[in-house]
Design a protein around this ligand. Sequence first.
Ligand code: C2E
Ligand code: MG
Length: 688
Amino acid sequence: MTIPLSEFTREHRWKMPGLLLRMLQMGKQRYIPYENLLPDAVLLDVMIPKMDGFAVCAEIRKLTGGDLTPIFMMTGMDDMASINQAFEIGATDFIAKPPNWKTLGHNVRYMLRASQEKNQALLNAIPDLMFRISREGIFREYRSNSDSGLIMPPEEFLGKRVDEVLPQDVALQAMHYVKRALQTGEMQLFEYQLMMMDTTYYYEARIAACGADEVLANVRDISERKKSEKEIIRLAYYEGLTGLPNRVLFKDRLGVAVSRAQRNRTNIVIMFLDIDHCKRIDDRLGHTIGDMILQGVAERLTHCLRKTDNISRRVCDSEITTIACMGGDELTILSTDIDKLYDLAYVAQRICDFLVRPFEIGSYVIYITVSIGMTIYPSDSDDVDTMLKNADTAMYYAKDRGGNNYQFYSESLNNAAKERFVMTNELLKALNCGEFHVYYQSQMYATSGKIIGVKVLVRWIHPEEGLLSPDLFIPIAEETSLIVPLGEWILQTACAQNRLWQALGISPIRVAVNISSVQFRQNNFVETVKRILSETGLDPCNLELELTESLIMEHAESTITTLAELKAFGLHLSIDDFGTGYSSLSYLKRFLINTLKIDKAFVRDVDTDPDSGAIVKAIIAMGRHFNLELLAEGVETAQEFAFLHEFGCEQRQGYWFCNPLPSDGLPHFLTGREACEYLFNAVRRVRD
Ligand code: C2E
Ligand code: MG
């Protein structure tokens, strides 16, 4: 029978498979999706042209919503093979052929009711929450045997949108799967969690399209399962006493860290930490106290290696820090992306110091010490098991030295770390005891002899070693961040000195102070400079900050902002050692720099080495193009002087004019008289 779509009524619905079949047979493009037809039941003859009833039944079962439709097959009573086949492919029931047309309607209605009751019984047996949700996300129907998993009573959410009922993130996730279920016709599975009365509940949702405009969502509370899963993970990967990752998890994380370090060519360090004389504690105070001490050590370690803590930040903002308990009283620490050996020694020493503080357990006050062994990937080994063995060996080196200390696996690292440590402590002492001094080297115009300013150079007058060059200690001060207080002291001293010279009647000049990148990157750098200027009363135009090319290029965009702020405040800015680093020329203009300082390495051979000559000429040409001032550093000879004069670089600094001098050696130079005289004579000598 064919029913025109325009005349199609609800009464015809159950006859639709015939129509559907016809459409399938004709291969019509304008195939009406089954879900739009929504028959209440399908009466299907086995014997139909082209495609038999079994194939149609199988097709319907595959369609969205088709799996739930009752299908009644019409076969001969004695055709057992057909009856069996009909049930196998999913028919709901069968009707004997030929049908009694008068009673067929009653038969179908009866079977339909029986099928619905069966479905209902099935639904009732399911403990899950079931929702019917519209394409727009409106809760249309709800069914459950228990309301325990609901966040509000049904009357409050029925008719509301998903995002009015569920938290934003869960609602977004749910709507995503509703759309996908409707688009693909496939069942969607996802998990989400809800907080109710401070407890987190976990749910698993299955969403299936039901017709073209709504979905059925089956929601199951899986909180218990999640809890069990967590417990299984905890038992498998965490140590019971301390709650820290156990050996299995530590080795796994180490493996991941090694693969990453291999790819990124970075370092890893493993620290192996063991409580000294642990057995003695156990024997004297019992295992319970021993266990509590281990818990206390684990707690302190976790606390002091937290990302926010100073100690862990010393591990160069390492990306992964895993603290694990390997069993017994052995703890391990894994840190990646370590590039400063000094920081490791510092961290290890701090851990030793941190754990030496007494533990108060019940009525006992217990003092312990630890031994730490350290090994570094890839220099000591690149294999996980060997790394652990090396760290263990290094820990025994530390025990052999009496405990309460740390050792590297590599002897050379032990020596280097020690040297650094001694130097750092001495630097700290030097800063506190006033062993640093500021020297000044004047900078002048070659032709007029007019003083431009003075370069500020720090010196360390060591009580035993005498005068030490900054090249020896500035790098260590930078590594240990001691450059921050040291640099601030230098800036303060230079600004105060400049004010003093002005008070002595010397016309105002500029002091040019080197700024290290560590100093410059401090959040409060600009404030510190402003504060010092205000405290000393120095006019900002009499302070010059010298920054290196690499400092400027490191974080170019943020540097531009800081420099703009300093420039707006009236400071003079220059790039020191220009030509030795890498400069993106396009940035030069944006940096708001006043002066380029040509590095002494090029100036030294300017008259003899054609390459140096060419570099200096190029820097001068470029500086002029950008309207920058140019100053040549390290001018030592008349020939260098003449070359620079010829190519138009007039600002000079170098031993040929003036050595770095202590503050009291400079006033006569700054009055300019002697310098002028000296220079005019020098120029005359060169010309002659
Ligand atoms: P720099 O800032 O490029 O300083 C110029 C260096 O060249 C100084 O060495 C200076 O004494 C030296 N010099 C000056 N004229 C001549 C010359 O005609 N020939 C030769 N061969 N050398 C000359 P110094 O004082 O040993 O400083 C070395 C480096 O140490 C400085 O290079 C700078 O990078 C750093 N430094 C010095 N003082 C400070 C400071 O107060 N703070 C910071 N952050 N770094 C500093
Ligand atoms: Mg320089």
